[in-house]
Design a protein around this ligand. Structure first.
Ligand code: HEC
Length: 360
């Protein structure tokens, strides 16, 4: 429950979303995860429930149903392409799974929880951006009726919240599903141990082919590890061009110099020092070898592009008081008192329904 509340708060305050989304878990994820910890991951998992049937068109315009996936072990999650908080993190994890589970017969499925926006074309562009080489990934465009049937059957609910435009509730779970369409486990991708368990279980259930090797060049690592997907999108993460030896403002209010130690720490344990003004949590890359880490750091020193001290100035969200970085996509509202900037559509809507409550 605490985790759930934290997730809700994090989304409420930190989301710079077009839609605020939130899938509520009705099952006891942590309890089932702990039970799993003791089992030999993957092999003796018991079927928890049957996945309800569905028929959705994927990014390649193929219709996918439970039957077209039968015979494949697969991992599923729920995302939407305009999400700027948790989804980039989940997709980074999805791409990592794809890299580490080499079995050609394995499948990866991301159901969109935003039927109105995420068409097969939009999903194709998203797949192209995140995993251009991957042929086992199906990104499903959905419709509201079937989505509701699927999520309630899986005990994962996309819910509307009173008083908001079109919010859907959303969480970071991944489901592991066997060749008969039964859910074997529910894992929180945002939890290190849970994700490691999912990875082990998926590997145990797949043919033992060696995972795709990571490239040995800096630029190769930068792209394969999804760094570019976040860091080349100013709305998600700071640009890394010309970062070395710059002063960085942290969310604690302190200022740090981005020397080599800072850069290494940012990659291995990003929670240690967080740059101010970003809602998104960067994943920890703590399993890189020392050589991979050094190669990456050397590459960061020479990333082409103008040194950008700040991509956008900081403004305070008058609703939640979080600092937001003002870039083109930043949510805003203009009143007689001026223009105001928001971390999320949630804060913006609260503001526009009663600006006088927030302007002092
Ligand atoms: C899911 C999105 C995401 C991915 C993937 C990601 N990052 Fe980040 N990164 C962030 C965000 C957001 C921040 C700013 C908040 C913070 O400091 O944690 C950040 C901060 C950083 C910083 C500190 C930057 C500064 O301006 O001080 C460095 C260095 C960095 N990331 C390197 C990397 C590298 C290298 C990779 C790939 C191995 C990577 N990141 C992958 C989102 C991401």
């Amino acid at each position: 429950m605490k985790k759930f509340l934290t997730a809700v708060l994090a989304l409420g305050f930190a989301g710079s979303l077009a839609l605020v989304m939130w899938v509520k878990l009705r099952t006891q994820t942590s309890a089932s995860a702990e039970a799993l910890a003791d089992t030999q991951a993957g092999r003796d998992l018991k079927a928890l429930m049957q996945v309800p049937d569905f028929a959705f068109v994927n990014q390649r315009l193929e219709t996918n149903t439970l039957a077209t996936l039968s015979g494949h072990v697969w991992v599923a999650n729920f995302i939407f392409t305009q999400c700027k908080t948790i989804c980039p993190l989940m997709t980074t994890k999805m791409v990592q799974l794809q890299r580490e589970v080499a079995d050609p017969n394995f499948r990866f499925v991301s159901f969109s929880v935003d039927p109105t926006h995420d068409s097969p074309e939009v999903l194709r562009a998203y797949a192209q951006q995140w995993a251009p080489q991957e042929t086992r990934w199906n990104l499903m465009s959905t419709d509201a009726v079937q989505l509701e049937k699927l999520t309630s059957g899986l005990r994962v609910t996309a819910q509307k919240v009173e008083g908001q435009a079109d919010p859907i509730l959303h969480s970071s779970v991944f489901l592991l599903i066997n060749a008969q369409g039964q859910v074997l486990g529910i894992f929180d991708s945002d939890n290190r141990q849970d994700f490691a368990r999912l990875l082990r279980a998926a590997q145990n259930l797949s043919s033992h082919e060696s995972p795709a090797k990571l490239p040995t060049t800096g630029v190769g690592l930068y792209h394969s590890l999804s760094c570019a997907n976040c860091h080349e999108n100013a709305a998600l993460a700071p640009s890394l061009a010309g970062l070395l030896n710059q002063k960085r403002e942290l969310d604690t209010g302190l200022v740090a110099t981005a020397d080599e130690a800072y850069v290494r720490e940012s990659i291995v344990s990003p929670q240690a020092k967080k740059v101010r003004g970003y809602a998104l949590q960067m994943p920890a890359y703590d399993t890189l070898t020392p050589t991979q880490l050094s190669t990456l750091v050397e590459y960061l020193k020479e990333i082409p592009g103008e040194p950008k001290a700040e991509s956008g100035r900081l403004e305070q969200d008058v609703v939640c008081h979080m600092k937001v970085r003002v870039v083109e996509e930043t949510l805003q509202a203009t009143t007689d008192a001026g223009t105001f900037y928001f971390c999320s559509s949630y804060c913006r809507e609260r503001f526009v329904t009663g600006p006088q409550l927030f302007i002092h």
